[in-house]
Design a protein around this ligand. Sequence first.
Ligand code: FAD
Ligand code: FES
Length: 284
Amino acid sequence: MGYKITAKENLSVIDFFMEVEAPHVARSWKPGQFLVLIVDEKGERVPMSVYYADEDTGRVGMFIRRHGVTTFKLWYEKQVGDELLSVAGPLGKPIEVKHYGNVVFAADAVCAQAECYATLKAMKEAGNYTIAIHSFETKDHVYPEKFLSKPVADEFYITTEDGSVGRKGHYLDVLKELIEQDKVDIVFAGGKLGSLKKLAELTRPYGIPTITTVRQIMVDGTGMCGSCRILYDGEVKFACRDGPMFDAHKVDWDDVIRRDSRFAEQQALARERYLAKLKEKGVI
Ligand SMILES: Cc1cc2nc3c(=O)[nH]c(=O)nc-3n(C[C@H](O)[C@H](O)[C@H](O)COP(=O)(O)OP(=O)(O)OC[C@H]3O[C@@H](n4cnc5c(N)ncnc54)[C@H](O)[C@@H]3O)c2cc1C
Ligand code: FES
């Protein structure tokens, strides 16, 4: 049996929303965990973060970036009512949801925009004061407000690099101010590796617990390929099996950044070939 697509909507010039029926994931998923989808028989395993998991309907929501062959296929060739070959999960370890006080989630990439809502919803239900910071490049990248974390955030910020929506700058700028106002008890974050490294440097001197995803170096997401090994507090850990959320102060960020984008060249080639085929067929 396939996994039916139940909703799909564009979010920005580059990202879109998709909802699929995957009752086994919806039933047992917890914040911090991810799923792995396969589009069709020829498809690669592609890990995705979860925006929401609805136990009652058995559906899960995702934010997806049009990036390579798989995600272009999802956007151009898969419509509501079509099925995906596989949606496996939940995978990875959940974060600890409990009362911390003031909880920030900071996001500057597609997967983290999804995790922001999911995490803060759970943290608010656990009695925390929740602060969402969504960072985007420009107004063309900002999602419609109904897809952001406002309903689950006591404080809500959007930043853009050029100031075309919300505050000019990045989540690091907003966070610095919040820290100076003594408003931050713990930070969760995900997104660009360079930002996560800077985030760890920002919060370390204040001793603020900082839990972030390490995902870019994963391939199969099951602990089998060994691709996602990271140096963590002097030990080797697997991002997919031991994470994907880690204490950012213990991650060797330079090592992770060095190993990021190993397959970028092959992926770009495959993407160009796939787009050329779509053009030939008149799909785009
Ligand atoms: C935990 C986790 C959560 C994520 N959450 C999201 C999310 O919410 N939204 C989102 O858009 N993205 C997310 N990603 C990123 C997403 O899984 C990848 O960017 C994925 O590759 C996107 O699909 P694509 O079309 O670029 O893939 P493709 O180019 O089709 O590649 C598919 C997969 O094959 C691997 N691959 C490609 N070429 C090679 C090769 N030559 N050798 C070995 N492996 C190869 C890639 O690493 C990738 O995993 C997440 C990743 C992880 C690990
Ligand atoms: S992604 Fe393959 S072992 Fe973790």
